[in-house]
Design a protein around this ligand. Structure first.
Ligand code: NAP
Length: 276
């Protein structure tokens, strides 16, 4: 018999919402959160038991006890990028989440982390290669710190380090289109399609892969210039223009562990295919 669980998705955003829908289809009982009152009814219509939760909580926020009553918590809130106190705020979010996990005896936390925990200069990069103080961006350090706190929380945990997320209306070319003087023309991209993110989470849950870390990044790593210019052409957007390349450092995040241990194959292995 298929084992079903009570799963709470903290953050039903671009990734969390389709994931919650997929988990429902797989027979799990699914609760989901959003910060937005307007989105509550959309989640509800999709069959998700929905809660309005904004963290760290203000004084007037309710406790939302039923949300925290779950077997598995999918923690899916990004650190507030670029905000001055983003690191401190994310720590406060974690304080709250980990206290709730303890209070409600949540046995498993699955954390949506990021490949930004790794250095940009590491060449071929594996799960063991995340070293504090070397992350690509400040938000990467925040994520790495969060990973470490979750691993020490006393709950079972799984960390998924996603590459840049794309698919269904989100494509990184939209941020670079029409820009000039871009650097890193020959640097390989590390991306993953939404469909494969959802499939990877589902595979981890189905195969009960606890207390381990997986990179979730598609197979193809085209150079930035080739990738973005081809995407601009595909989406009929103004071309981004790159400087002549002098960059020697690069990073390709390996997905070998995910493929080996979960027998995972990617539905969208190559970001150059420009699928939906
Ligand atoms: N974007 C990328 O390329 C990328 C790459 C690697 C990893 N990731 C990670 O993947 C995960 C999902 O990313 P995403 O792009 O799907 O994010 P998203 O679309 O911005 O969704 C984030 C979700 O978290 C909720 N949320 C945001 N701030 C919150 C707060 N302070 N308190 C409570 N809830 C909050 C949002 O609420 P609303 O529903 O109200 O918006 C939304 O439901 C994140 O953990 C992110 O760090 C992202």
């Amino acid at each position: 018999m298929k084992e079903t669980m009570k799963i709470s998705v903290l953050g039903c955003g671009w990734l969390g919402f389709p994931l919650a829908q997929n988990l429902l289809e797989e027979g799990h009982t699914v609760k989901g959160s959003t910060t937005s009152k307007e989105k509550l009814s959309i989640l509800k219509q999709a069959g998700i038991d929905s809660y309005q939760i904004e963290l760290p909580p203000g004084k007037s926020q309710q406790d939302h006890k039923p949300f925290w009553d779950c077997d598995l918590l999918f923690l899916n809130i990004p650190p507030g990028r670029g905000r001055e106190n983003a690191d401190e705020e994310y720590n406060q979010i974690l304080d709250y989440v980990l206290a709730k996990a303890k209070e409600h005896n949540i046995s498993w936390i699955l954390f949506a982390s990021s490949t930004s925990v790794y250095s940009e200069k590491g060449g071929l990069t594996y799960e063991v290669d995340a070293v504090p103080g070397t992350a690509a961006r400040p938000s990467g350090e925040t994520m790495l710190n969060a990973e470490q706190r979750i691993q020490k929380s006393g709950c079972d945990w799984t960390i998924l380090r996603f590459g840049g997320l794309y698919g269904y209306g989100r494509h990184p070319v939209k941020y670079l289109s029409g820009r000039n003087g871009l650097n890193g023309a020959s640097k390989p991209v590390n991306l993953v399609h939404q469909v494969d993110c959802v499939r990877a989470v589902s595979a981890v849950i189905r195969q009960k892969k606890r207390n381990t870390i997986y990179n979730v990044v598609s197979d193809g790593h085209p150079p930035r210039k080739e990738f973005y210019q081809s995407a601009a052409e595909h989406f009929d957007l103004p071309q981004p223009n790159f400087n002549d390349d002098t960059e020697k450092n690069w990073r390709v995040v390996s997905n070998q562990k995910l493929k080996d241990e979960l027998q995972f194959t990617f539905s969208y292995p190559n970001p150059m295919d420009h699928t939906p």
